[in-house]
Design a protein around this ligand. Structure first.
Ligand code: CA
Ligand code: CA
Ligand code: CA
Length: 184
């Protein structure tokens, strides 16, 4: 396992994997995505039929279909960490396959933007980081400041989506986007 996690991209993908594997059994399954959506809906007190919940469910469905098609190399209908990391590397090389990631970033943005002003405030950002991903408030604040590249005190949709792409693309652990799931 040590060799698989040696480089920055693999370390970042491993961290996403651990967040996506909601039940922590070492595999991403479709039920993990369902429970992640449940957790979001509960935190933000959104009913299942809410447009925002439907949007993120659709984005996860898109991601799941992509993973089954491209990542599940042994066809057991679940994605191991090795399968996940290998597959994301290929996705990054093929920009036509960035749709699910962008859809997720956008859907998450809409859920985070509780007051609907089109910006993620520091408090809105900390809420997701702390209550959904279990990241400490000081770490979340560092990430927020770094992601706010124009320094206007809020995260625009563009800043969020760009940060998210950076997470999957950048070979550096020091880029703001690389701290999306906590600092390294
Ligand atoms: Ca799992
Ligand atoms: Ca807002
Ligand atoms: Ca900003």
């Amino acid at each position: 396992m040590a060799t698989a996690t040696a480089d920055p991209l693999a370390r970042k993908y491993q961290r996403v994997f651990q967040h996506l594997d909601a039940d922590g059994n070492g595999y991403i399954e479709q039920s993990d995505f369902a429970s992640f959506v449940d957790r979001l809906a509960k935190e933000y007190k959104l009913p299942k039929k809410d447009q925002k919940v439907r949007a993120i469910t659709a984005a996860f469905d898109m991601l799941w279909n992509e993973l089954v098609r491209h990542a599940d190399t042994n066809h057991d209908n679940r994605i191991s960490e090795e399968e996940y990391i290998a597959s994301v590397r290929l996705t990054v090389d093929d920009t036509t396959r960035f749709n699910a990631t962008d859809a997720l970033a956008n859907a998450l943005f809409d859920i985070m933007d509780v007051n609907g002003d089109g910006q993620i405030s520091k408090d809105e950002f900390i809420r997701l980081q702390q209550n959904v991903w279990g990241i400490s408030a000081p770490d979340a604040i560092d990430t927020f400041i770094a992601l706010d590249t124009d320094g206007d005190g809020g995260l625009s949709r563009q800043e969020c989506v760009k940060g998210c792409r950076q997470y999957f693309n950048s070979n550096s652990l020091d880029e703001p986007g690389s701290w999306f799931f906590g600092r390294f």
